[in-house]
Design a protein around this ligand. Sequence first.
Ligand SMILES: Cc1cc2nc3c(=O)[nH]c(=O)nc-3n(C[C@H](O)[C@H](O)[C@H](O)COP(=O)(O)O)c2cc1C
Length: 176
Amino acid sequence: MKNIIAFAGSNSKNSINKQLAIYAAGLVENVNVNVLDLNDFEFPLYGIDLENEKGIPETAHKFLNILKETDGIVLSLAEHNGTYATVFKNLFDWLTRIEGKMFFDKPMLLMATSPGGRGGLTALEIAKGRFPFHDGNIIETFSLPFFGDNFKDGKIINEDLDTQLKNAVKQYQKAL
Ligand SMILES: Cc1cc2nc3c(=O)[nH]c(=O)nc-3n(C[C@H](O)[C@H](O)[C@H](O)COP(=O)(O)O)c2cc1C
């Protein structure tokens, strides 16, 4: 059986993106899902001086290894001021200091959600443009607008949006 990881580009305890990532990963059939939380991977704020003085933290090697070993990635990005939340950008920056091609071509379902009407689409589009430079193999993308209205009790309650995600997951499944 294949193994995939699911996580959010967020450090909120009740991350809506983590909730979406868990739901989407649960739709993928015949896989073991390892749900990660960035709160479990502490990183100092990236800075070149810190890197020169103290080197790259062990946690960055650990996270990179998880990406290397997994068969697939389900990632939902929180959007802060039109881009990745700091916690994700920090992770991204540390990992690329070890390995520029940090996504190792692993099939990725890339998502975003937010309480607003664009559903984190701005951050999602930025990632979609950027990740391929890092061997990001984005199979499908999905953005869920108005999370508070469209997601309840662990699932999407808007039928059209749910169908859209399920179609994306079907394509994703084929790439695993
Ligand atoms: C500093 C900050 C900036 C934000 N900027 C945006 C934004 O640009 N677009 C958006 O849709 N939501 C924005 N939000 C709202 C987030 O989408 C919302 O907090 C969401 O819950 C974040 O995802 P998470 O729960 O997975 O951490 C912002 C929130 C914060 C705290």
